[in-house]
Design a protein around this ligand. Structure first.
Ligand code: PEP
Length: 248
């Protein structure tokens, strides 16, 4: 059966000393639990030293380039993150989609590169505000999944997680309503079921992300088909991250 997941996206925050201190603080306060996966996604620069002192909290990459090597100035390749022991990566975060223009077809290449390198994918999807207000957000999100993720076979897909993150809720303080969250997560589970069957659909953890913090997390995590959270701002604060783990 699928696990509960608490993941922290540290984005472009924290220097080396602060990253190590945050990792140490949350490791000391949380305890390893078979039903949970804890994952943090620090900036690239700190990955190696965190991997070298890693405990039960997994370390993932926020990004990578799907090519193995070559003339991609400023990029870090899938083989380079694998080489230092990275086992998880975010793909499709809305900041990559909007600020760095990553398309569904490019994200599909990243998914394939991650799978080939045995890196577990946390695939982010979510609609912008104009789609939430004027179009069909479920159709928009399922299309993101169909175009970038659903070409995988069952064995490959089983290694992935999905994070639903409505773009209008990321870093804005606006959380989707419980009804919106349950509706989207159930729609994603149903899409998984119609493409891969009930058994595989039940094995995939679907996380919610978007202004999730200790004050609202109990309500979010109790929504139908929510298996955990991908947390931005509140993951930078050790007490908040630990309190979030108590909201399941
Ligand atoms: C995120 O960046 O994935 C995120 C959910 O950010 P925040 O929690 O700050 O909205």
């Amino acid at each position: 059966m699928r696990k509960k997941v608490l993941a922290g996206n540290w984005k472009m925050n924290l220097n080396s000393k602060q990253s190590l201190a945050l990792y140490a603080d949350i490791s000391a306060a949380l305890s390893s639990n078979k039903e949970f996966d804890f994952i943090v996604f620090p900036p690239f620069l700190h990955l190696k030293e965190l991997i070298d002192s890693r405990g039960f909290i997994e370390i993932g990459a926020q990004n990578f380039h799907p090519e193995l090597n070559g003339a991609f100035t400023g990029e870090v390749s899938v083989s380079q993150i694998k080489d230092i022991g990275i086992q998880y990566a975010l793909i499709g975060h809305s900041e990559r989609r909007t600020l760095f223009k990553e398309s569904n077809s490019f994200l599909k290449q990243k998914v394939d590169a991650a799978i080939q390198h045995q890196i577990r994918v946390v695939f982010c999807c979510g609609e912008p505000l104009e789609v939430r207000e004027n179009q069909d957000p479920v159709m928009y999100v399922t299309n993101q999944l169909k175009e970038s993720l659903f070409h995988l076979n069952s064995e490959q897909l089983k290694t992935c997680m999905i994070a639903y993150e409505p773009i209008w809720a990321i870093g804005t303080g606006k959380v989707a309503t419980e009804e919106q969250i349950s509706q989207m997560h159930t729609a994603i589970r149903n899409e998984l079921k119609s493409k891969y069957g009930q058994q595989i659909a039940n094995e995939i953890s679907i996380l919610y992300g978007g202004s999730c913090k200790p004050s609202n997390a109990k309500a979010v995590f109790s929504c139908e088909n929510v298996d955990g959270g991908l947390i931005g701002g509140a993951s930078l604060e050790p007490t908040s991250f630990v309190e979030l783990s108590e909201c399941f």
